[in-house]
Design a protein around this ligand. Structure first.
Ligand code: Q9C
Ligand code: ZN
Length: 342
C-alpha cells in the first residue's frame, strides 16, 4: 500500500491543552506521526511519497473562503498584537448569544471554533494545508487505479466543520478527499469513521446529502467529547435523511462490542452501494490510549482492516486520532496490513 506523508506536520506543535482544570502538554504532538511513519517503514508497507499541491480549490469545496482566510492569517494578526504563546479561543457563540462575526482576532477565533482544543501556532496553517494535500494525493492515487492508499495526515481533521476548528482539527482531510472523489465523477462515497471520538465535523458537512454516507463508531457523546453530536438518532436531514449512521458505544467496549458495530457499519456501506470508502482512521480506541475509554488490543486492528477489506472497495485511509504514542504506529499499520493481507 502506498503511503503519503509530509514533514510539514512538524510545523504544528501546540504547547498545552486544558484537562481536568490543568494545563497539560498537548496530546496531539509531532511524535504521533513519527511513530506511524517509522512503523510503515519497519513493516515495509510500501513506497512513501510526498504530496502534490492541488491548491486551495479542493479545500474550498468543504471550507468557506472566509474560514480559510481567517485561519491562514490568524497567526500574523496574533503577532501584530504582540501575542505571547499559542493563539487559543476563549469565548464562543453558545445559546442565547448572537452569531455575528466580530472584528477582533479573539472574537473571530471564537466564531470559527467550537472548543479550545485547536491551538494556532506559527506553522499550523502550513501543517494543516499540507495534511489536506497529503489526503488529496492519496485520493488521486486511488482515482488513478490504486486499490488502497494511506494518507498519514497530521493534524487530524474529522472534528473540523465547514467553518469550525476544534478537537485538534482545522481542515477536514477526509471530507476534502471524499468531495474530490465526487468532483471527479464518482457518485457514492462512504465514510467509515473508526476514531474513538465522533467525527462531528464530517457528519455536519455531509448531513443533508446522500452522495456521501457517513458512518461512525465512537464513544457515546452522552459521556464523551464532542458531547454535542454523535447520537444514534441523528439520521441525516433533507435528501441526506437515512445517510448518517452513528453507532455510539459505552466506555469499556472491547472488540466483541466494537467488532459487532463494525459489522453493522459495513453492512450499511454495502447496502448503500458505495463505489469507494474513506476511512477516518483514528486508533484512540486502543486500551492504553491516555484520553479514551475503549479496550481494543493491537491484534484487533488486524481484524478491523480485514473486515474493511471484505467490502472489496477502493479504500482511502486517512489518519485521525490516537495518543498512546508508542503503540499508535503498530495499531494504525495493523489496520493497513490486515486490509492488505485479507
Ligand atoms: N483535554 C481526535 O482524536 N479532548 N481529537 C479534550 C480535554 C479532545 C480528539 C479533553 C479530544 C479531541 C482527532
Ligand atoms: Zn479521536
Amino acid at each position: 500500500m502506498l503511503t503519503y506523508y509530509s514533514d510539514d506536520h512538524h510545523l504544528h506543535h501546540g504547547s498545552c491543552e486544558l484537562m481536568d482544570g490543568q494545563l497539560v502538554p498537548c496530546f496531539e504532538k509531532p511524535q504521533r506521526a513519527e511513530h506511524v511513519l517509522a512503523r510503515v517503514k519497519e513493516r515495509q508497507l510500501g513506497a512513501i511519497h510526498g504530496p502534490s499541491d492541488f491548491g486551495r480549490a479542493p479545500l474550498l469545496r468543504i471550507h468557506s473562503a472566509a474560514y480559510l482566510d481567517f485561519f491562514e492569517g490568524a497567526w500574523a494578526r496574533w503577532q501584530a498584537e504582540q501575542g505571547q504563546g499559542d493563539l487559543l479561543p476563549y469565548t464562543w457563540p453558545a445559546r442565547t448569544l448572537s452569531e455575528r462575526l466580530p472584528s477582533s482576532l479573539h472574537g473571530q477565533l471564537g466564531y470559527y471554533s467550537f472548543d479550545a482544543g485547536a491551538p494556532i501556532t506559527a506553522g499550523t496553517w502550513q501543517a494543516a494545508y499540507s495534511a489536506a494535500q497529503v489526503a488529496l494525493s492519496a485520493q488521486a492515487a486511488i482515482a488513478g487505479g490504486a486499490h488502497s492508499a494511506f494518507a498519514l495526515c497530521r493534524p487530524p481533521g474529522h472534528h473540523a466543520a465547514g467553518e469550525l476548528m476544534g478537537g485538534y482539527c482545522y481542515l477536514n482531510n477526509a471530507a476534502i478527499a471524499a468531495q474530490a472523489f465526487l468532483d471527479q465523477g464518482r457518485t457514492k462515497v462512504a465514510i467509515l469513521d473508526v476514531d474513538y471520538h465522533h467525527g462531528n465535523g464530517t457528519q455536519s458537512i455531509f448531513y443533508a446529502r446522500n452522495d456521501v454516507l457517513f458512518t461512525s463508531i465512537h464513544g457515546d457523546p452522552v459521556a464523551e467529547f464532542p458531547f454535542f453530536l454523535g447520537y444514534a438518532d441523528e439520521l441525516g436531514e433533507g435528501s441526506g435523511a437515512g445517510y448518517n449512521l452513528n453507532l455510539p458505544l459505552a466506555a469499556g467496549s472491547g472488540w466483541d462490542v466494537w467488532g459487532a458495530a463494525l459489522e453493522t457499519a459495513c453492512q450499511r456501506i454495502a447496502a448503500y452501494g458505495a463505489e469507494v470508502i474513506v476511512v477516518s482512521l483514528g486508533v484512540d480506541t486502543f486500551k492504553n490510549d491516555p484520553i479514551s475509554q475503549f479496550k481494543l488490543d493491537s491484534p484487533d486492528y488486524l481484524r478491523m482492516g480485514q473486515r474493511i477489506a471484505a467490502l472489496g472497495l477502493p479504500t482511502l485511509f486517512v489518519m485521525e486520532g490516537g495518543y498512546a504514542v508508542a503503540e499508535i504506529g503498530i495499531n494504525a499499520v495493523n489496520v493497513l496490513e490486515g486490509f492488505q493481507n485479507a
